[in-house]
Design a protein around this ligand. Structure first.
Ligand code: GLU
Length: 485
């Protein structure tokens, strides 16, 4: 049996979209599951919209996500070049073969003529398709017009009364009647082949066995099948994966928030979390387990369990998943990942003044409050902002016993060298005063941070340091006695 080979074939006309990333991932998973290979091919035949920067950005995004490929731009391989604009000579031979065998012909119709034809068909309530003016031009006329330098495109002659059947691995059998497809252009008048043609030649020459791609390409497949058949090339297997919808069940677009992978990367989602999340977007493993390692996903991946119905992008689920992955990191690793956000943020200077121990305590203290890495700045606020009271905190401070508790802590707070010692000290205060823990913790938190929620108090106090903590307490006691915030 032929070795499984898949490909991801992005057009470098923008950053890698979530949908593209999911297609790449499914290809990767399928190849890895089968012990096969993956090709990365750049489909840059749209010269106006294709840019090298996007190609680079797409590759970087794929690498960041943890995907690898054995052949393609930046990986090399024996079936290159892997950029379509560098393969024009290769396509030319196949175009010539199609022309020689009568499967393709030169078309001299101008844009204006074609547009007029389309308008007429619309007016008659017909689906616009090529009317066939150049189908029967004689070789002599063609050669004369070409020699005169008349612009010409090349059209594929679609066979009549043929039904193209796609035995799709996800969507089962899908049939298309050839009568619905007019003769279509395969090479534009500037000599550049179009996607539907180049893709066939490339997939064939690159040895692709499985074409796994977005559902939006299903309607292109009959054209591609017609070319495979005309050139007598074996067809690969096809698997068209369904659309990704936003949570309002509309096609995912910018108004649903971030749509490109790089935006998620910048926000500080972990690649492992996105890998896991995207894998479950349209594929469901057996069992209930949702947090899965890369190896587990590869092991259980199959196209049988890829859903026909659209997948819904649920940001809450991604957030939850990212938190699960953040929880698994050691404080040191988490700190490394957070560092760029901290260093570019509001508290960069304050951060550098902390001891190595305080840095780790701070990271531990905020860890469970982070959804993604860029939340770090907001979570650091409480450590570095001057004291200001939220109304709820000021209310807590009005409770009976508050002054007593605060004064006692101010008078007795010991020197400390780890958060545990602070915790023990607060416990002693609770025991001695016979108050409920909450009646000590809440006033203390409110007095020190001006808030009723936040990181664990011993950690906060540790990072502030004894002096700063006492100063904050003093400040609150002073304001309380004058009742003036
Ligand atoms: N270049 C196409 C795209 O970016 C991919 C088509 C395919 O996978 O066949 O949508």
């Amino acid at each position: 049996m032929k070795k499984t080979k898949v490909r991801f074939a992005p057009s470098p006309t923008g950053p890698l979209h979530i949908g593209g990333a999911r297609s790449a991932l499914f290809n990767y998973l399928y190849a890895e599951h089968c012990g096969g290979e993956m090709v990365l091919r750049i489909e840059d035949t749209d010269l106006d919209r294709s840019h090298r920067e996007y190609e680079e950005e797409i590759i970087e995004s794929l690498q960041w996500l943890g995907l690898t490929w054995t052949e393609g731009v930046n990986a090399g391989g024996e079936n290159g070049p892997y950029r379509q604009t560098e393969r024009l000579d290769i396509y030319r031979q196949y175009v010539q073969q199609l022309i020689d065998q009568g499967h393709a012909y030169y078309c001299f119709c101008s844009q204006e003529e074609l547009e007029a034809e389309r308008q007429e068909q619309y007016a008659q309530g017909l689906t616009p398709r090529y009317g066939g003016r150049c189908t029967q031009l004689g070789a002599e006329e063609v050669n004369r017009r070409l020699a005169a330098g008349e612009p010409a495109s090349i059209r594929f002659r679609v066979p009549h009364n043929t039904i193209f059947v796609v035995n799709d691995l996800v969507r089962d059998t899908v049939s298309f009647e050839s009568e619905n497809t007019g003769d279509f252009i395969i090479v534009k008048s500037d000599g550049i082949p179009v996607y539907n043609f180049a893709v066939v030649i490339d997939d064939h020459l690159m040895g692709v066995t499985h074409v796994i791609r977005a559902e939006e390409h299903l309607s292109n497949t009959p054209r591609q099948l017609a070319i495979y058949d005309a050139l007598k090339l074996p067809r690969p297997e096809f698997a068209h994966i369904s659309l990704i919808l936003g949570d309002d069940h509309q096609k995912m677009s910018k108004r649903h928030g971030a749509t490109s992978l790089v935006q998620y990367r910048e926000k500080g989602y972990l690649p492992e979390a996105l890998f896991n999340f995207l894998a479950l977007l349209g594929w469901s493993p057996e069992g209930e387990k949702e947090i899965m390692t890369k190896e587990e996903i590869i092991q259980s991946f199959s196209l049988d369990r890829v859903s026909k119905s659209p997948a819904v992008f649920n940001i809450d689920k991604l957030n939850w998943m990212n938190q699960q992955y953040l929880k698994q990191l050691s404080a040191e690793d988490l700190m490394k990942l957070l560092l760029p956000y901290i260093q570019n943020g509001k508290y960069a200077e304050e951060w550098t003044k902390l001891s190595a121990e305080s840095k780790l305590v701070l990271i531990e203290a905020i860890r469970e409050h982070l959804v993604c890495l860029s939340d770090v700045e907001e979570q650091m606020e409480v450590f570095f902002q001057p004291l200001a009271y939220e109304p709820e905190a000021w209310e807590v401070l009005q409770q009976e016993n508050t002054a007593l508790v605060l004064q006692r802590i101010r008078n007795e707070l010991p020197e400390f060298s780890e958060p545990q010692e602070i915790k023990l000290f607060i416990k002693t205060v609770i025991k001695d005063t016979k108050l409920k823990p909450k009646d000590v913790f809440m006033p203390l938190r409110s007095a020190l941070s001006g808030k009723t929620h936040g990181p664990e108090l011993p950690n906060l106090i540790y990072v502030w340091g004894r002096e700063n903590t006492l100063a904050r307490l003093e400040e609150t006691l002073r304001k309380l006695s004058s009742q003036n915030i």
